[in-house]
Write a protein that binds this ligand. Structure first.
Ligand SMILES: [Zn+2]
Length: 198
């Protein structure tokens, strides 16, 4: 049985796989999820472009394969990557969606969760605009909880018990969302919001 979320006021259109209220920027970087694969993991990431700088359109550009490699030395290293996430939560709380949730976005890379490889197959990727060592904004936590609540309501196979960081599924290779991300705060907020636990 579906439980209506009391907080958040965000909803997912499961036909389209889109979050109502998010700015949609269509990324070409997605494909089919494997047959019979259960969508049951939410992966939290951190990103800023260039690293340590906020604002601007560089993340949109990266996820749409239009990042100019000559605009910043760092961009030359990443401009050829074909990557995406489902959602980005910017510093001001703005929500941007790049890939419909039922499609496989390309955010985790080589990864493993609970003994299963290729986390992109069965996860939703949420990027927070930020850096590993700089605290995330309070409103970003609020929006993250709202997004998680909406996702768990729309896709019953998802659960607030199965949320991990990129660094958890790709240790040694990835460090985001970093030590600045407050997991205890997230889980306390999820409990306070009464997001359905499996
Ligand atoms: Zn990441």
């Amino acid at each position: 049985m579906m439980v209506q979320m009391s907080a958040g006021a965000l909803t997912v259109d499961t036909e389209k796989g889109l979050l109502a209220g998010a700015r949609y920027v269509a990324s070409p970087n997605h494909d089919e999820r494997p047959q019979g694969c259960t969508l049951d993991l939410i992966l939290v990431h951190g990103i800023s472009l260039p690293p340590g700088e906020y604002g601007g359109s560089w993340i949109d550009r990266l996820f749409t394969n239009t990042l100019p490699s000559d605009a910043h030395p760092y961009f030359a290293r990443i401009a050829e990557l074909k990557v995406s996430s489902h959602v980005l939560i910017r510093r001001d709380g703005e929500l941007v969606q790049y890939v419909p949730f039922h499609r496989r976005a390309w955010h985790a890379g080589a990864s493993s969760y609970g003994g299963r490889e290729r986390c992109n197959d069965f996860s939703i990727g949420i990027e927070l605009e930020g850096c590993d060592d700089q605290g995330y904004e309070p409103f970003q936590y609020r929006r993250l909880v709202d997004v998680i609540a909406a996702l768990c309501a729309a896709y019953p196979s998802l659960s607030p018990d199965r949320i991990a960081g990129h660094s958890d599924v790709a240790p040694g290779r990835k460090t985001d969302p970093g030590p600045a991300f407050d997991w205890a705060r997230l889980h306390a907020m999820l409990r306070a919001t009464r997001v359905r636990f499996a």
